[in-house]
Ligand binder design. Sequence first.
Ligand SMILES: [Zn+2]
Length: 271
Amino acid sequence: MEHDIEALTSGAMASIWSWVQAKIPAGIEVFDAHAHIGTDIDGRTMTGDGMRERMEAAGVKKSIVFPLNDPNARDDYSGPNDVVWNAYEEHPRSFVPFFRLNPHLDYDREFARCVERGFMGLKLHPISQEFELDDPKVVRLFGMAAEVDLPVLIHAGFAMQRIVGPLLPTVEAHPGLRLILGHSAMVEVLSAARAFEDHQNVLFETSVVQAKDLYELFSSVDPSRVCYGSDIPYGDLPSTLHSTLAAAEAAGVPDEALPGIISENIRRWFP
Ligand SMILES: [Zn+2]
């Protein structure tokens, strides 16, 4: 589907895309650990079908999908969560549905509803929903997720001030909690690498992390702890795959570790 990928990248990235395709080992089914479906306050939108088209053009087999910072979230995010669920029901083999919550508001009902329904994870965004990771309401939510073995992806990128300090007690209290650090805790990547080194259930996700921080990440954590993400619609598949694979190569990550980074490290959570 060569022509589709050209349409997605305006043809400008043809040579970069060939490099990416040559780098991806044969038979590996790329898994995108961070993508959005719905509408954002900033005007961005993405539909389930739009996501599927992009995945198909780029050869991505599965994506974790969850709401944007939706203007229609009202109090409990149930509307945007339903949009994600409907996309999942249309494309159950392509999407791994996560739901989103606002920890400041009464979240128990929506949490129970989504877990009951079969959502496979929870997305939290400390900047958009204005909370700290050690807010008691958030710590309680992490505990609830740990109790039902629900993976959590947290935005740990742009505009974050504190990540490792407020998160470490939760990770230590719930060693079984599966946690994806969205954007790899890029503002504190080295201290995160050190603090979470022995916590095998913490993964570093690579979407829209700047080159220097991706390089530091691949130089300081075991590649088995890194998973690829695009952050669609903010990132796109060709350029985020390129930046992840190029940073891994620059940091001397062996090719044998690439299937894990772009697929298997996260896939084992969602067999
Ligand atoms: Zn995102």
